[in-house]
Design a protein around this ligand. Sequence first.
Ligand code: PGA
Length: 260
Amino acid sequence: MASPERGVLISGNWKMNANHFEALKLIQELSALLRSHGGVPEGREASVHPPFTSLRTVQTAIESDRVPLLLGAQDCHAADRGAYTGEISAEMLAKLNVAYVICGHSERRQHCGETDEQVRAKVDAVLRHGMRPIVCVGEDLAERQRGEAVHKVRGQVAAAFSKRSSEQIAAAVIAYEPIWAIGTGETATAADAEAMCAEIRDELVGIAGPAAGVARVQYGGSVKADNAAELLAQPNVDGLLVGGASLQAEGFAEIVLAGL
Ligand code: PGA
C-alpha cells in the first residue's frame, strides 16, 4: 500500500463521454454510492474528469450536494487567454474550482501531436493557477518490446519536471499509463506497474531531492474493479487513472474504495 504520507488518488477520466445530462446522472449515482459507504475515507481522494461542456454541471452538483469528489479536467491550454480558437485555459478551469488537470494524455500526444515541450508549458499553467497537474507518461508496445520503456518514461518525466523545485514536483501527480494497456483490456502486471512507478519516483528525486519523492504516482490502463486492489497494494502505486471503468458509477465506486 502507498505511504500514508502521500495518500491515494483515484481519478476517473471520462474522455469524450457524458454530455451534461449524462454527467449529472453519473455524478449523482456515484455520490449516492460513495455516501452509502461512508464517503471517501481519510487518506484517499477521488477526482472525476468530465469533458469541458460538463464541467460546470458537475461542479454545481459536487458543491451543492457536498459530493465527496474533486473536480478534474482532461486538458488545458498553456496560455491564460488570447487568440486560440477552441481552446480552454487553466485560468478558466481554476474559476470552476477544478483541482486536477490531466496534462499530456497519450491520446492527446498521439492524436493532437502534443509534444513534451507543450506538456511542460501546460504543467506551468496548471501550477500557476493553483491546481495540480496529472502528467501522463508511458511507452508504446514497440518501445516496450525493444527494452526502451524505462528510458522513454524517465525522459518524459524529466521533460515535464526538470529544473522544478521539490515543492512544485510534490504538488504534481504522475500517471504511468503504458499505451498498450489503454482501452485494450491488457493491464500491466502489478509488478510491472510497481517497477515503473518506482523508476518515476527515482527520476523525480534525482531532479529535486528526497522532498520531491512525495509526489503521487498513479497507474492507468484497463484498471477495473477486479484488478484495482492488487495495483493499489504496490508500495509505489499511489493511485489509479481510470478510463472506461469510470463511466459506470458502481464499478468506479468499487475502484475508489478498492483494497480498504
Ligand atoms: P482505460 O483508460 O482505463 O480505458 O484503459 C485509461 C486512460 O486512458 O486514462
